[in-house]
Design a protein around this ligand. Structure first.
Ligand SMILES: [Zn+2]
Length: 463
């Protein structure tokens, strides 16, 4: 009896100890689609091309491990099931958000922390109603129910949302849904772009969107659209906002959504630049941690691997050539838009003009040598696309690329030594990096559902 009582007291003391040490500030970074190969390629670029002796900020964290990502319905998860696992601690079917497979709503660590007085911000470089951010506040059976996801956002009570654009503003018939009004009725100021945000940032509840709603995401880092929102900017904005409205404790989730988009498109150069950009955002949280080391927890992970990106490709070059990524000035998406514009114009496109474009914007036929065989394959697709107008399109999850665009980027990544296994997701491990209060709990192999469970434990949340 005595020993039982003693163990009860010990357990109670440990539990109370956990409460006493609960982190006041929690940062959760999710690199969408960011697999091991993605991270290692970016780190190798950082070391060999940029000449940085220091590891990428996330790789400097004292705890690093792995997470398994499979969903309830598949060995290969999608972002909705993975987001739900990472936010709520429940496995669900691909496509479902904030619900178990039987459609029972489950609640995210953000909602639970909000109930305990934490300020909450959710930010992403893609749409704020997309699967990963949506998993932190929405409960829908399909990730494409954008209006319902938007309503859940309006009713969440969170302090700040950031992303590119909302997709629930019109219904299937094209009629206005009144979603912006629903956000406003629930106390949110909706700001479009940096200038508008700077004018409205004294409001307590903010939804910050891009000022350009014609693009689906913030624009790729490699395309350097200066006026757009970007991850470091929004991380700083969320930090300043939360520090003002909830200085005692807060939680923020920041998603590097463009890593996934670039990976679906198999654009290695764009992936590397997105991961560096993601790490600039992480650096902001890390600098905050250095000022509050005993009160802060930072966890970085990915929801799944997209594309199976690796250094090393079948029949590829003897050496990986990451320096070539510096000659790349446009993403595959920008290149696709350029080519589509030419096709739609109906004008004749001269090969010499295209060759000059490839040289100036991708380095091909200039700093990057193209073999006769590669030249022949590119020329063949060029003829088919621009002269014969018979090119087939390839669809990936988000975008459609014509054959010529695909051939050019396949050649570029092949010369660079970057290999891909798919334009979809893979079932591989993803990395986990952590620093701060309770971070040691993440040091073993994690199932993705363990991550919010461990956050709950560290924050002293008992069900
Ligand atoms: Zn994803």
């Amino acid at each position: 009896m005595f020993s039982r009582l003693f163990s009860f007291i010990v357990c109670l003391a440990i539990a109370l100890g956990a409460y006493a040490q609960a982190p006041k500030y929690i940062f959760f970074f999710i690199g969408d689609g960011m697999g091991m190969g993605h991270v290692m390629t970016a780190q190798t670029y950082n070391r060999t091309v940029l000449g940085n002796d220091e590891l990428l900020p996330m790789m400097q964290f004292p705890v690093s491990s792995l997470a398994m990502t499979y969903s309830a319905s598949s060995k290969i998860t999608d972002s909705a099931a993975a987001g739900t696992a990472l936010s709520t601690g429940y496995k669900t079917n691909n496509g479902m958000l904030g619900m178990t497979p039987d459609e029972t709503p489950v609640y995210s660590i953000a909602t639970e922390l909000q109930k305990r007085g934490y300020g909450i911000a959710v930010g992403t470089s893609v749409q704020p109603d997309d699967a990963t951010p949506g998993a932190f506040y929405a409960h829908v059976k399909s990730r494409s129910m954008y209006y319902e996801i938007g309503l859940d956002m309006a009713h969440s009570g969170y302090d700040m949302f950031v992303g590119s654009k909302l997709r629930g503003l019109k219904d299937a018939a094209g009629n206005e849904t009144g979603l912006i009004d629903s956000l406003r009725v629930n106390g949110y100021t909706v700001a479009f772009g940096r200038e508008d945000f700077e004018k409205n940032k004294d409001n307590d509840k903010i939804v910050l969107l891009n000022n350009d709603s014609t693009i689906e995401h913030f624009g790729y880092t490699i395309d350097s659209i200066d006026s757009n929102l970007h991850l470091p900017y929004i991380t700083q904005a969320c930090l300043e906002h939360l520090t003002r409205v909830s200085p005692d404790k807060f939680f923020m989730m920041i998603e590097g959504g463009n890593i996934d988009w670039a990976s679906h498109a198999n654009d290695g150069g764009a992936v590397v630049k997105e991961i560096l950009n993601f790490n600039e955002a992480i650096k902001i949280a890390y600098d905050f941690y250095l000022q509050h080391p005993d009160e802060t927890l930072i966890v970085v992970t990915a929801d799944h691997n997209t594309g199976g990106m690796q250094m090393g490709v079948k029949d590829g070059p003897a050496e990986v050539n990451l320096k070539n990524m510096d000659y790349q000035r446009v993403s595959i998406e920008k290149f696709q838009q350029y080519c589509k514009g030419l096709i739609d114009s109906g004008k004749n496109v001269e090969w010499d003009a295209m060759k000059s474009y490839l040289k100036a914007n991708l380095g091909l036929y200039g700093s990057i040598a193209v073999s006769d065989e590669q030249d022949e394959a590119i020329r063949e697709k060029f003829e088919k696309t621009f002269i014969e107008h018979e090119s087939d399109d390839t669809e990936t999850l988000y975008t459609t690329y014509n054959e010529f665009v695909n051939e050019v980027f396949t050649t570029l990544d092949h010369i660079n030594g970057i290999g891909w296994t798919t334009t979809s997701h893979t079932g591989d491990f993803v990395p986990v990096f952590a620093i701060g209060v309770g971070s040691e709990l993440f040091s073993n192999v994690n199932n993705n559902i363990d991550i919010p469970a461990k956050m709950r434990k560290i924050a002293g949340i008992t069900k």
